[in-house]
Design a protein around this ligand. Sequence first.
Ligand code: ZN
Length: 478
Amino acid sequence: MSDIREQWRSLVRKHALHFDGPAGDRIWAPELECCRRERLREIQGEKLAMAYRYLWECSSFYHKKFEEAGLGPDSIGGLDDLPKIPLTHREEWLADQERNPPWGTFSPLRHQDWLERGWMFFSTSGTTAKFPRVFRHTTFERDMVTYFGARALHAMGIRRGDIAINCFAYGTAVAFWGMHYSLNHMGIPVISGGGANTERRIMFIENYKPTVLLCTPSYALYMGRKMEEMDKSPRGSSIRLLCCSGEPGACVPATKRRVEDVWGAEMHDHFGCTEVAIPPLGYTCSHLAKRKEKAVDSHMTEDIYIPEVLDPETYEPVPEGKPGILIVSNLYSEAQPIPRYVMGDWITVTTEPCECGRTHARAIGGLRGRNDRLIKIRGLMFFPAAIEDAIRGLPEVGDEFRVELDRVGDMDQVKAIIEPGERDPDLTNQQRQAKVATALKGLLGIRVDVEVAPPGSLERSQFKSDRLIDRRPKLHEG
Ligand SMILES: [Zn+2]
């Protein structure tokens, strides 16, 4: 039992309180979710030190990386030592897997563990790399993903008696496998709508009365409108709660209002990342999700992650309440207990108490988009989600839209292609264009040309959508 791998697993298990079921109806594990922040730091520090030693001994990639940073086996004793650990960028893993196919050498998992206790194989969805990055996980991870995921779903207000329908193609993507196991752990059955088309999923909802819908925000809107086209009522359906992932929509106020209005249900956010955060790094509690006008925050599961907010240029910490990019240390994984992984999403964090009683920090307005997705238009910086919020916030505009960016001479041209919304059906296209253009100028501070497309003519996005088309020449790449 002195084996470091076993010690690590024991420590993670020790801190997985109330594994089998919630301590109470309101909070699953109050000792962890509502503890003083000093206690949280102790737990994080204890786990960080052990994860570091485990990587030192069992991952040749990290052993070398730590040595090159001038660290030794006992260099990390607690949370105060965190800044000594070098950051990990996704490109390093990619290079490692290309040099050492097929798995790379960063994971402390041995092939023998995979053969004896393998759970699943996951891969990233990115298509830019030659190989997808792939990750092996064990049944130990499955148990932890199940438990920590269940805690988050409990915080959303999902309870025994609910029935879930999962509209994601499961495939080799992580998140919805995790949710499936978590729901089962809570005693909640799951209708796996992954392989079915929309009509069939609608039939599942009508016939088998699921109460919780899992999908992307885009799909929630798409499916709801599809039901309306079929003269069925999503509002009148059995769905009472939507757990959305894969896009920031649940934290984009205008999108959230539209989805909640279509379904007559509460919309929740759930985010993580394949590399280091399979149980949600962020999730909305039932208090936060009730916000209507302001952007919704997401709690971060700080007993299994250390989120840091750093300046994207200097990688120095930014003060609480100021935006920076997200760096995450994993504190539960057998295969990837990776410290200081650069997720790279913009985030602003607060540790102010939440009405729900949880003390874990919150990402204000959820994840704000990756640093590399920030768009510069006429010298101003925009997140795609901010543009989405401005456009969908206008009642003259339908659900679907496209934004096209072009450069004419030295000038950025922005065109929003919209469909007419429900309000003011008698407006001519010209009147609608003028009204929307004026509103967007006020909201975004830039001139936007507006084109009104016939209703239903823009392609409906069912999955992770990209409504922003940037055709400008890349001037500053390299
Ligand atoms: Zn809360």
